[in-house]
Design a protein around this ligand. Structure first.
Ligand SMILES: O=C(O)c1cc(=O)[nH]c(=O)n1[C@@H]1O[C@H](COP(=O)(O)O)[C@@H](O)[C@H]1O
Length: 273
């Protein structure tokens, strides 16, 4: 099944546009997990099991694993997702960008090693740096467009022939790069006006929208600006706000994550129709 079809099915099955980000930071783990050798796997599996019926996607961020030499644990988590939740898209957040030959190796890493359904990529080096990922036609290629951080404006707002660069990227991907219907774009929830501009340019193309939760993006504004005509079209990512939710009334960390994930999913759904 193609990435876009899998994502559409997950939107419907779980009635959710919420993408649960897996950014495991040992320093923020519960005390009883911190010293375990496989703490990252234990933590992420618990989060996955607690939120899988509330999510349209899971998005592990590779730096949180690679920084600790924990790629083996990322492999195990990806295998767990594929085996236990094969209907939920696995988005590897790697933001890769390099010349074609190297990009091909990054694509093998994302799609063959980790078995990801989609990967985030950086468009700065142009089409021949993105094209190698398209040799996997059933996988998604999610291109950075208008990122959620303030510094994204440094380059993404530069005027290129009367429009800002991020709009040029949106047009380029929609009109030229998306030959196989496998592309999506990253647009931050922290910039709803730009999100609306991108939606107007790209039609129903899926958008990965990080920035609600810890980064403070407004859910109502995000959904209003980014939804498609059928009230979907987005993977709205939240990572830290879910992963490190503060337990209430004797909850454990996974129950707290579930509570915040459900609240976020439901908040999003209030503005979809
Ligand atoms: O590609 C991404 O996922 C991404 C793009 C972007 O513009 N901003 C952004 O925050 N992200 C990622 O989305 C996640 C946001 O995490 P929280 O701020 O904790 O919800 C992190 O894994 C970021 O690396």
């Amino acid at each position: 099944m193609k990435f876009i079809e899998k994502l559409s099915a997950a939107w419907t099955t779980n009635n959710s546009l919420l993408c649960v980000g897996l950014d495991p930071d040992r320093d923020r783990f519960p005390a009883h997990l911190k010293d375990q050798p496989d703490a990252i796997v234990t933590f992420c599996k618990a989060i996955i099991d607690a939120t899988a019926d509330l999510a349209c996607a899971f998005k592990p961020q590779i730096a949180y694993f690679a920084a600790l030499g924990a790629e083996g644990q990322l492999e195990e988590i990806c295998r767990y997702l594929r085996e236990h939740y094969p209907h939920i898209p696995l988005v590897l957040d790697a933001k890769r960008g390099d010349i074609g030959a190297t990009a091909h190796q990054y694509a093998r890493e994302a799609f063959d090693r980790y078995g990801a359904d989609a990967v985030t990529v950086n468009p700065y080096m142009g089409f021949d740096s993105v094209e190698p990922y398209m040799a996997w036609p059933d996988r998604g290629v999610i291109v950075l467009c208008r990122t959620s951080n303030a510094g994204g404006s440094d380059l993404q707002f530069l005027d290129v022939g009367g429009i800002p660069l991020y709009q040029h990227v949106a047009r380029l991907v929609a009109d030229q790069w998306n030959r196989n219907g496998q592309c999506a774009l990253v647009v931050g929830a922290t910039f709803p006006e730009e999100l609306a501009q991108v939606r107007a340019i790209v039609g129903d193309m899926p958008l990965l929208v990080p920035g609600v939760g810890a980064q403070g993006g407004d859910v109502a504004a995000t959904v209003g600006a980014g939804k498609t005509a059928n009230g979907a079209g987005m993977m709205i990512n939240s990572s830290r706000a879910i992963l490190y939710a503060v337990p209430q009334d004797g909850e454990d960390f996974a129950a707290a994550a579930r509570r915040v994930a459900r609240q976020t999913r439901d908040d999003i759904n209030r503005f979809r129709n």
